[in-house]
Design a protein around this ligand. Structure first.
Ligand SMILES: Nc1ncnc2c1ncn2[C@@H]1O[C@H](COP(=O)(O)OP(=O)(O)OC[C@H]2O[C@H](OP(=O)(O)O)[C@H](O)[C@@H]2O)[C@@H](O)[C@H]1O
Length: 222
């Protein structure tokens, strides 16, 4: 693809920072993200080379394995609805492992304006009395669940802004807390029914501010 056109498209993604933007432009997103990324992973580049006056590109590293098998004080990221349910899939596994974090997530949903939750993020500090101490990173990629979940187009439009906001929250946290790893599951690819390669393309095309983590490791079971 013509590099100028490609850079315009990437800028379009990064520009969707509010739900209203995401909704407004959602119809154009599937065309962009439906195209498999031709961009080579930039893992070979030095961090300084990936940085520019516009921030840095995000590197997505993929590994096979269990997201929960992480060192303590890692950030574990998963996709959430805005209704306050972790009722199935990996969310249910989070709820069982981290019930107090679930209570914080539910309270956040219940006390927030649902109209603006989509495309945002919520970082929950370790709060369990028992079990491993982990930060839980919630990215709100769909308003609801089941048959009323958002369309794949809208979920993808929410994913970029939500991930960027989470990384910004991690950047702030890193100033005062030690963080071991940043782990994400293959968000949106199960119950939200969005092929992982489309979400992957959105995330790896993000540009983040220089103080944000520059690498996300995605753990998949297949
Ligand atoms: N231990 C593990 N380590 C690594 N990867 C693991 C894993 N266990 C499962 N996976 C994979 O993790 C991906 C996500 O798959 P999921 O279907 O769960 O999540 P999603 O992001 O599509 O959808 C979110 C909504 O699902 C929920 O349920 P409710 O809507 O509440 O009913 C929420 O509340 C949200 O709303 C799939 O690739 C799984 O193979």
């Amino acid at each position: 693809m013509d590099s100028w056109l490609r850079s315009k498209r990437l800028r379009y993604f990064d520009g969707c920072t509010r739900q209203s933007d995401a909704s407004k432009h959602a119809s154009g997103v599937s065309e962009v993200v439906g195209e498999p990324s031709t961009k080579k992973p930039e893992t070979g580049k030095k961090e300084s080379e990936r940085k520019s006056e516009f921030g840095q590109s995000l590197v997505v590293e993929e590994k096979m394995g269990d997201i929960f098998d992480a060192p303590e004080y890692s950030v574990l990221i998963h996709a959430c609805n805005c209704e306050g349910f972790w009722g199935a899939g990996i969310a249910l596994a989070f709820k069982k492992r981290y019930p107090k974090a679930f209570a914080k997530y539910r309270e956040h949903c219940n006390t927030s304006d649902k109209a603006i939750l989509r495309g945002t993020a919520f970082l929950i500090p370790p709060c369990e009395v028992k079990g491993p101490k982990q930060f839980i990173g919630c990215v709100f990629t769909s308003g609801s669940i089941g048959r009323t979940k958002d369309s794949p187009t809208l979920i993808l439009a929410n994913t970029g802004p939500a991930t960027k906001k989470l990384l910004k929250q991690v950047a702030k946290l890193r100033k005062t807390r030690e963080i071991a790893e940043l782990r994400m599951c293959q968000i949106n690819s199960g119950l939200f029914n969005v092929p992982w390669k489309l979400t992957h393309a959105v995330i790896e095309n993000l540009r983040v501010e220089d103080d944000c983590p520059s690498t996300i490791t995605v753990f998949g079971l297949r």
